[in-house]
Design a protein. Structure first.
Length: 207
């Protein structure tokens, strides 16, 4: 099997983060945008891992190649962990960043800075075709807080509102290198790097 990895996303921002890691290592990184007429996966899971597994296993079987899927979300302490697995469709329409950010700001209206703590979480699942029982699963988290006013022009999703005090920057103010270094997906990727090559070799040995 050639060194090809499909990232189960149509989000160019996510794809850019993964390409920055895998392409320098000699991998051909594709996304769902590189294929025609693919069915969508209903994210009916109740956890990040369940949703990531649904996507990884479905597309690995469909495309007959290894697939890396993620499910990520923002967990705001004041909102009891919401929006969580519903982060991408918090305002009711999937991937409407402006609407999602507007709802989050409305939900936190009047909440002081010291009560705006949040966690960004990612679960990554690496799947081999027809072997869902052998999925490789890793997680990544990063702590921050939610600003009352967006900052930064880069990034996507809640990046302009997610503030890292140690850097005095939001995710949307970080360049691609620093985003991979400090983000939840970056943390998950770092947890993936020490284990995925052995996993890959084991899958190849099974034929």
């Amino acid at each position: 099997m050639e060194k090809k990895l499909v990232i189960a996303t149509q989000n160019n921002g996510k794809a850019r983060e993964f390409r920055a890691v895998f392409e320098p290592a000699g991998w051909q990184v594709l996304t769902l945008n590189d294929f025609d007429h693919l069915a969508q996966v209903n994210e009916t899971g109740r956890t990040f891992e369940e949703n990531a597994r649904l996507k990884a296993d479905f597309f690995a079987a469909k495309l007959h190649c290894p697939v890396l899927a993620d499910d990520s979300g923002l967990q705001v302490t004041f909102l009891h962990g919401q929006p969580g697995i519903y982060s991408a469709r918090y305002a009711g329409v999937a991937h409407d960043d402006a609407a999602n950010n507007a709802r989050l700001l409305a939900e936190l209206g009047g909440v002081p800075a010291e009560q705006r703590q949040a966690n960004f979480h990612t679960t990554l699942v690496l799947a081999w075709p027809q072997r869902p029982e052998q999925d490789l699963v890793v997680n990544g988290d990063v702590k921050g807080e939610i600003l009352s006013v967006p900052r930064g022009e880069d990034g996507f999703g809640y990046d302009p509102l997610f503030y890292l005090a140690d850097l005095d920057k939001t995710f949307a103010e970080l360049n691609a290198i620093d985003k991979n270094k400090y983000s939840h997906r970056g943390a998950a990727i770092q947890n993936l790097l020490p284990v995925w090559q052995q996993w890959w070799q084991e899958q190849e040995q099974q034929g």
